[in-house]
Ligand binder design. Structure first.
Ligand code: MG
Ligand code: MG
Length: 265
């Protein structure tokens, strides 16, 4: 699945820098959680995130990355990922994937959460819950000696059991001095397949799960990816360091959940 020589494992010190970045993006998403509600524009949320990241002594990780124009990727309803913040006003019943990156001390942070805006249909809430649960199931496989396919199959088997589908074109990834490093971490695959995970590998696991077809298309803005059938899609992302006998989860949804309280998914 990938050339193991391309994989950059991190020292304990480097993992601590990555942890600091992971916490910054985790707290940025919580800052966004304070303001995300019906009536807010997505560009407003982007400004809030950029201000917060800079106050933390970091810089936005996505802005300027391959020409992306904003701090956050904000993807609403049928949009899967890479949505561009705009004057779009969020409304009751929307679901909104917010993906946040930062860079500090030469390393990146990257985390995503899908928020429910106001009252969301129960079937769409189920998609969010199962997608988030699939991420936590996958975390348990991010230990030395397990394989990429163990993570991938944990996600795929779980979400497909509820009739949901896994996006193929977009995958999780290694993270470090580059935002996207080897190996790819697909959200579909076979248990026991793919390369072995070495101690010190740092990866972003990010299921992108559709309610309907797995097929996605790119919008005319050259960035936004949406479902071909325009049914909803959910996305959650955490960063982990692979260790012997345990997964060291570097980013967290704890700060978001403190803001959302009982309404969190
Ligand atoms: Mg991300
Ligand atoms: Mg990512």
């Amino acid at each position: 699945m990938f050339n193991e020589q391309q994989v950059v494992v991190k020292s304990a010190d480097e993992i601590e820098i990555l942890r600091e970045n992971a916490i910054i993006v985790s707290k940025t998403l919580a800052e966004v959680a304070k303001f995300i509600k019906p009536g807010v524009t997505t560009i407003t949320l982007d400004k809030i995130a950029e201000e917060f990241i800079r106050k933390e002594g970091a810089i936005p990780g996505f802005k300027g990355y391959r020409g992306f124009p904003a701090t956050l990727c904000i993807s609403v309803n049928e949009e899967v990922v890479h949505g561009i913040p705009s004057e779009r006003v969020l409304k009751n019943g929307d679901i909104v994937s917010i993906d946040c990156g930062c860079q500090k001390n030469g390393f990146y942070g990257d985390s995503a959460y899908t928020f429910a805006i106001g009252e969301v249909n129960a079937d769409v809430m189920d998609l969010l819950k199962r997608t988030k649960d699939s991420l936590f199931l996958a975390l348990d496989w991010a230990i030395s000696g397990k394989r990429v396919g163990d993570i991938s199959s944990a996600i795929q088997n779980y979400v497909e059991s509820f009739g949901y589908s896994v996006v193929r074109e977009l995958v999780g990834h290694g993270i470090g001095k580059q935002l996207h490093e080897k190996p790819d971490i697909p959200n579909y695959g076979k248990r026991g397949s793919g390369a072995k995970l070495p101690t010190g590998l740092t990866i972003c696991i990010e299921p992108m799960i559709n309610m309907g077809t797995k097929t996605v298309v790119q919008a005319q803005d050259g960035w936004t990816i949406r479902t071909a059938d325009r049914m909803p899609s959910a996305h959650f992302e955490l960063t982990v360091a692979v260790q012997k006998d345990k997964t060291d989860v570097l980013s967290t949804f704890r700060y978001i959940e403190e803001i959302l309280g009982p309404s969190s998914i």
